[in-house]
Design a protein around this ligand. Structure first.
Ligand code: BG6
Length: 490
């Protein structure tokens, strides 16, 4: 068993979780800039944690400080990018997945010309990456839309946002097409139902004519149309480019073999894959349309929308995978948090400190399921474990738990490849500690590289290589042939 030659090993980050520099060089407000760090966040009550209102947005905007708004400061990648990219090159990265902050290029989203300082920032990054031999994988929208579009139009609910997004995409393709072959439209497009504001700028008290759920489906439809348009535009402006969809793969098993539990789990899985179904097959699944009809949700479509979706299908399927869940019809079944979800606990699995159930075999099952369903190349663009690392007295971070997590997942990837799955690459989340998307914590660390900063932004920002750094470096060097730790342990 082995990984194919040319396998795209690397890591993944997002602008709003690393860059900082939220209000300089012409950058505008993004939805991430008001994401609030709340000490003692209850991860079981995620909905309450991410609740927003027009009032709370205004309140956050009137606070110029970044102490409780960690995404404003990130890990200052804006100024440290050369140092960080050099460390990724030292790891041997073939690819780095990163996003382009829409508000660095178009501060309110409505400008007709991009901000030159923003354009230059990414140009410099891509040139540096080219120099280091790291290929970019670019996400066009990763939880960082212009706040102005949210406040003025209730985000993606309004059709006009499609046009603004496509102007941003066109700029990215023309400015950066010579550096970038792999593109992703929307990060975890399915997440709109779990956090409508973060994903699509939807503020509940602005949902006037239709309720929040119907607004989410309307906004999602606009994103599907925009993704179709972006795919076609990308192919036209960037010859040889590849566009992928990006799904949160939320694997759900039945809690028991009772047919009712099996049906409940099946429903969850079909709901989860509906998003990639649309982007791969180019049409809404009939059962989803039927379900929407039964729920009285009537998506407004323009005459050519279905054609745009049909003609803009993706070249590959990208997904994130962190954990799995089970489902049960038993209302008393014990629940545990996962990636912005609350699932039923699986007694066979251990969990991270945040309750996410660790399931390496679930990654293999997901790979086989997705490949069998879509028959397109697959790309794992996020996978990793959030933990509280400690700096030891010897000045090192001995993160054997992280190595073990990756090791077990890589073994399952190998098995899936051996079974015939076309897996083209893997980018870990995240190669360097950054601000958590869901809890806005710094202490939920994912990296091979430690960043000296705490939840309130105190620290030197010094970068330190963890034990896992050297382990992953060896994995990449041997193209996955040596997964044990220490590397020479056979
Ligand atoms: C993914 C997101 O769902 O999970 C990332 O695309 C995020 O942005 C990652 O950081 C891990 O989640 P969290 O909440 O632990 O940062």
């Amino acid at each position: 068993m082995s990984f194919p030659e040319g396998f795209l090993w690397g890591g993944a980050i997002a602008a709003n979780q690393v860059e900082g520099a939220w209000n300089i060089d012409g950058k505008g407000w993004s939805v991430a800039d008001i994401a609030t760090y709340k000490p003692n966040t209850d991860v079981r009550d995620y909905k309450a944690h991410v609740a927003v209102s027009s009032e709370s947005v205004k309140k956050a905007m009137s606070d110029p400080d970044d102490t409780y708004y960690p995404k404003r400061r990130g890990i200052d990648f804006y100024h440290y990018y050369k140092e960080d990219l050099a460390m990724f090159a030292e790891l041997g990265f073939k690819v780095l997945r990163l996003s382009i902050a829409w508000t660095r290029l178009f501060p309110t989203g409505e400008e007709t010309e991009p901000n030159p300082e923003g354009v230059n920032f990414y140009k410099n990054i891509f040139e540096e990456m080219q120099h280091l031999g790291i290929q970019p994988v670019v996400t066009l929208s990763h939880y960082e839309m212009p706040l102005s579009l949210s406040l003025k139009y209730n985000g993606w609910v309004n059709r006009c946002v499609v046009e603004h997004f496509i102007r941003f995409c066109r700029t990215c393709f023309t400015q950066y097409g010579k550096y970038v072959k792999y593109w992703l439209s929307f990060n975890e497009i399915d997440s709109i139902m779990r956090h409508p504001f973060i994903t699509a700028g939807i503020i509940p008290d602005m949902c006037k004519n239709i309720d929040e759920t119907a607004s989410c489906y309307q906004a999602l439809h606009h994103q599907f149309v925009a993704a179709g348009m972006a795919t076609r535009l990308c192919h036209e402006l960037v010859p040889g480019s590849q566009m992928g969809c990006m799904l949160t793969k939320l694997m759900t098993y039945p809690r028991t073999c009772a047919p009712e539990d099996v049906a409940a789990a099946q429903k969850k899985n079909l709901e989860n894959m509906f998003y990639s179904d649309v982007m791969v097959f180019g049409e809404y699944p009939k059962m989803i349309l039927r379900d929407l009809e039964k729920r009285g949700i009537n998506i407004q479509m323009k005459p050519n929308d279905l054609e745009t979706i049909r003609d803009g299908t993706v070249d590959f399927v990208a997904f994130s995978y962190y954990m799995s869940m089970t489902e049960s019809v038993d209302p008393n079944a014990e629940r545990t948090p996962g990636n912005t979800v609350l699932g039923v606990k699986n007694p066979y699995l251990d969990s991270s400190e945040w309750g996410w159930q660790i399931d390496p075999a679930g990654l293999r099952i997901s790979l086989i399921e997705l490949y069998d369903r879509y028959k397109k190349p697959l790309f794992i663009v996020e996978n990793g474990i959030g933990s509280r690392d400690t700096l030891s007295e010897d000045g090192a971070i001995h993160d054997s738990y992280r190595i073990e997590y990756f090791q077990r997942h890589f073994r399952e990837m190998e098995k899936a490849i051996d079974e015939g799955v076309d897996l083209i690459g893997y980018t870990s989340w995240a190669p360097i500690d950054l601000i958590s998307a869901s809890t806005n914590q710094m202490s939920k660390r994912y990296g091979f590289i430690y960043v000296d900063q705490d939840d309130l932004g105190r620290g030197t920002l010094m970068r330190i290589r963890k034990d896992s750094f050297y382990w992953y470096q060896n994995v990449i060097r041997t193209n996955g042939a040596e997964l044990s730790y220490p590397a020479n342990a056979g």
